[in-house]
Write a protein that binds this ligand. Sequence first.
Ligand code: KG4
Ligand code: ZN
Length: 358
Amino acid sequence: MPRDLMLAIESTCDETAAAIVRLEGGTVSVLSSVVSSQVELHAKYGGVVPNLAAREHVAHIIPVIEETLARAQITKDTIDAIAVTQGPGLIPALLIGVSAAKMLAAIWKKPLLGIHHIEGHIYANFIGKPLDPIHAFPLLALVVSGGHTQLLLMKDHFTYEILGETRDDAAGEAFDKVARILGLPYPGGPAIAKRAENHTRNTDKLPSYVLPRPMIDSPDFDFSFSGLKTAVLYLSKATPDLQKNESFIDAVSHEFQEAVVDVLLAKTGKAIEAYAPKTVIIAGGVSANVRLRERMDSLIADQFPHTRFIMPEFQYSLDNAAMIGSAALFRYAGMTEKGRENSKKSALSIHPDANLAL
Ligand code: KG4
Ligand code: ZN
């Protein structure tokens, strides 16, 4: 049975990551996955500063690659190919990962595959779970990250039809902006989720607020989150001493999270009705949100019992290189010998692309 071993590198935003992944019998397994996060550094600025991110990637990329090879206990000779995130993302950040990958591919004479970051988030769902195309496709993907909010229909590997997307802010971006309004740290998603849970525990004692569910009934699969953020801003302006008002922050965090999840569920449900996919997955950093995971699981179990729901393991929800390797392994498996040879020769022509299309 063929087994392919891939070294994957990811440096889209504020994590420097490398992983060794293997495809065997249709299942991806992770031999090692190393993520060096810069979150604490950027938290001081309330968001990612591109040039600081690049400086950190430069400092960490080689140790992270060495560490992943050491943990997997393999040498370069057993690696079949190298994968790297080509975009979309911050160019100064992407450049570091892409340059490292090109250098290694050229020196070690390995094929190099440029991977789309969102494709990586999608294929994170298939780490450790067999992906049999006959049972998996058509597949509906709800992509919710810091930069993207989309509903995608996949009829086969690597074919993406965009059914709908956000018209303004991405879901993760809305979490980050609302956190900033409420005086919570960056990244906003985990901070808001934690405060929302406080509210759930004390719900009988606390005030509650009502926020809009933008576009929940619109006759399409699009989203809009910027009005929701503005509604939080108005509520906050009307609240004296906001930063000290813990119960206000808990209650608004709770209501905001419910509003986002309500809209994501409504649109996903509508797309399941319209396209009858065999599988539904969630992908991107917001897929780490426990409330979204639980409510999506219940929605599909209750209303669409014949649809399989898959979510990524927590550690592969946020940016990591194992997910990039997972997508690359399926691409590599579909390549001819000639295609693999060509991707050795064309390694140096891979360039980062801030707006890479799927
Ligand atoms: O996929 P990701 O790590 O980076 C991008 O590709 O953008 O996603 C980061 C986003 C951030 O906006 C962050 O606030 C959000 O994912 N996020 C969450 C949670 N954890 C991370 N949002 C909601 N709940 C979470 N638990
Ligand atoms: Zn991401």
